[in-house]
Design a protein around this ligand. Structure first.
Ligand code: SF4
Length: 581
């Protein structure tokens, strides 16, 4: 029997509660958004005692379902003021599910300011341990020390916040360990780390030794589903072994998006970067071959992932420089800041991992700071200094760490590419209209993972569409509903490439969920549930004061033509308002 673990940080108390009937089928994003909607007043201060952080693994997490170790972190966001769900791939998801904890709800706020706690959870219960010795420490060293004390990665997994969370910065992410215990996997977006910081919670450590495991209602159906999904994943060109993601990582997109004219460059001034090939996934593969003397294929961020897209960049001496260089992080510090040197980008990503920062927001912020005169585009040394200001909490760092919108206001910069307070990720909406529509209406602020229309618009998955074509209301809506379901299933969103092209793979995902829950869902239920999740999130945002006027892209994008296509943002408000209703 699963339970909900409620952690009261005011009283330092932990209570296991039975799961209300209405939550029995819900998991991942579906559950985090439901609990935030039900329990958090939408007008509360995101850093106050009434906000709550909800942590939940997906429906099939903790099982042998492929690529299913995703954990969702939800709360009201200090960056956007909206509801937020941000998920990460990590063994933490599997362990939480195997401990039969359906969700952890962190609430309240300790009376003593700047006092931090570690919460240790195992099959026998919950312990609170002071975390004072880790305050101000970089996360790499902190995780090494915690694993030494509490056990190795085979049975232990850690959630934590860095100095950015201690400073309550809007760019503070929640960090999880990868398969080697590195502090590198993030629920990065929306400042979820700041909300945990406001509650005095520094780490949650799970130990799943002798955990009871996940209950499966129909094992035969579940096994049938996971086999169908695994077959799809291992046969699709993007997700198969030595396929695009396994060979080049998500950074395979650099050259592709650049070719499409949609790679935001120098704070969204162009859709092409002259140095793209030098920072692309193919370049990482070739550099690694030269530096290690062999072809290096990518690894899994979490147990049971058969796509294995996580790359490592090696130094000239063959030692590890950073793991991993995700496309978004690569772009944020590379093309968007005019930097074309992978080792500098690796240093910037490492700094973010050490301080507990969202690389997308910070890369976007540094680009806005460059636009505002704090550095020149292409100046990697200055970019590193600015990230250090953030991580060490200087007054300038506090401004920058509050995100691109705050930085733009302080520096008098108009060209801030953000929606609902969140900087846009690595796709230019003027050149790729569907993703712009997703940015505009997403319940989370500008977020590519809310509805990854790039799959069809650029990669030719689930059909083809001209990126510059404007008629994409239905496509954008469909991607957002499907994504909300996948984010709740516990699968990595990257399964979408295979399941959208291979119907048996899609059926496999649904079979797996039915096998776990004993439900009889079909493809129609995927749409129904996705729509319901987004409806809950929209209702929260309405309560927080958001209206259709917030579902808009920044004005400069309607005025300023973007090379090379010289396109402007020209989707009508009526079209935007009809996407999610
Ligand atoms: S596909 Fe990549 S990001 Fe997704 S779970 Fe696997 S390794 Fe992690």
């Amino acid at each position: 029997m699963q339970s909900i673990l409620r952690i009261d940080m005011t009283e330092l108390a932990a209570t296991f509660e039975s799961v209300p009937e209405k939550y029995l089928q819900r998991a991942g994003r579906w559950l985090t958004s439901s609990i935030v909607f039900d329990e958090v007043p939408p007008t509360c201060h995101s850093l106050g005692p009434n906000n709550k952080v909800v942590i939940a693994a997906g429906i099939v997490s903790g099982t042998a379902a492929p690529s299913s170790a995703r954990v969702s972190v939800g709360a009201k966001s200090p960056l956007t003021g909206t509801i937020k769900e941000s998920n990460a791939g990590t063994a933490f998801a599997h362990m939480l599910a195997r401990l039969r904890i359906k969700a952890i709800i962190v609430e309240g706020k300790p009376a003593e300011k700047d006092k931090y706690w570690t919460i240790k959870i195992d099959k026998d219960g919950v312990k609170f341990v002071p975390a004072d010795e880790y305050v101000g420490m970089k996360l790499g060293s902190a995780y090494e020390s915690l694993f030494r004390q509490h056990g190795d990665v085979s049975h232990t997994s850690i959630l934590g916040i860095g100095t950015a969370g201690e400073y309550r910065l809007g760019s503070a992410g929640v960090c999880f360990n990868d398969m080697k215990g590195r502090a590198t996997r993030y629920s990065g977006r929306g400042g979820m780390g700041a909300v945990l910081g406001s509650k005095g919670l520094k780490f949650i450590i799970l130990d799943d030794t002798d955990a009871p495991g996940v209950e499966i209602a129909n094992k035969e159906l579940f096994d049938q589903g996971r086999k169908k999904l695994a077959e799809a994943l291992t046969s699709h060109a993007i997700t198969k072994p030595k396929g695009a993601l396994n060979a080049y990582g998500t950074a395979v997109l650099v050259n592709i998006i650049n070719e499409a004219g949609g790679l935001p460059t120098r704070n969204f001034r162009s859709g092409r970067f002259e140095g793209a090939a030098k920072v692309a996934g193919e370049a990482i593969f070739e550099i690694n071959k030269e530096r290690t003397g062999k072809e290096v294929y990518n690894h899994a961020c979490s147990p049971g992932c058969i796509i294995q897209c996580s790359n490592t960049l090696y130094r000239r001496d063959g030692s590890e420089h950073v793991s991993c260089v995700e496309y978004e992080s690569d772009w944020a510090f590379g093309p968007n800041c005019g930097i074309d040197d992978l080792d500098t980008i690796a240093d910037l990503i490492n700094r973010c991992n050490e301080y507990g920062l969202d690389t997308i927001e910070i890369g976007g912020t540094i680009a806005v700071a460059m636009e505002g005169g704090l550095a020149n585009f292409g100046d990697g040394k200055r970019a590193l200094e600015l990230v250090d200001e953030i991580g060490t909490g200087t007054p300038l760092g506090r401004v920058l760490g509050s995100g691109a919108v705050t930085t733009g206001r302080v520096l008098g910069v108009e060209r801030v590419p953000a929606v609902k307070g969140q900087n846009m990720p690595a796709y230019e909406p003027r050149a790729i209209k569907g993703i712009g529509m997703t940015y505009a209406v997403s319940t989370m602020g500008a977020d590519h993972t809310s509805g990854y229309t790039i799959a069809t618009e650029v990669l030719g998955v689930a059909g083809e569409a001209d990126p510059l074509e404007k008629k994409k209301v239905e496509m954008t809506r469909g991607f957002q509903y499907a994504t909300a379901f996948i984010d709740s299933s516990g699968h990595c969103l990257f399964i979408a490439f295979a399941i959208l092209d291979i119907p048996s793979g899609f059926d496999g995902m649904v079979d797996e969920c039915n096998g776990i829950l004993g439900t009889h869902w079909t493809g129609d239920d995927v749409v129904r549930i996705g729509k319901e999740i987004i409806g809950i999130e929209k209702a929260f945002n309405r309560g927080a004061g958001f209206t259709a006027a917030n579902d808009r892209l920044p004005e400069f994008m309607s005025r300023e033509p973007l090379p090379p296509h010289n396109a402007v943002w020209d989707i009508s408000n009526d079209d935007l308002d009809s996407i999610l209703g």
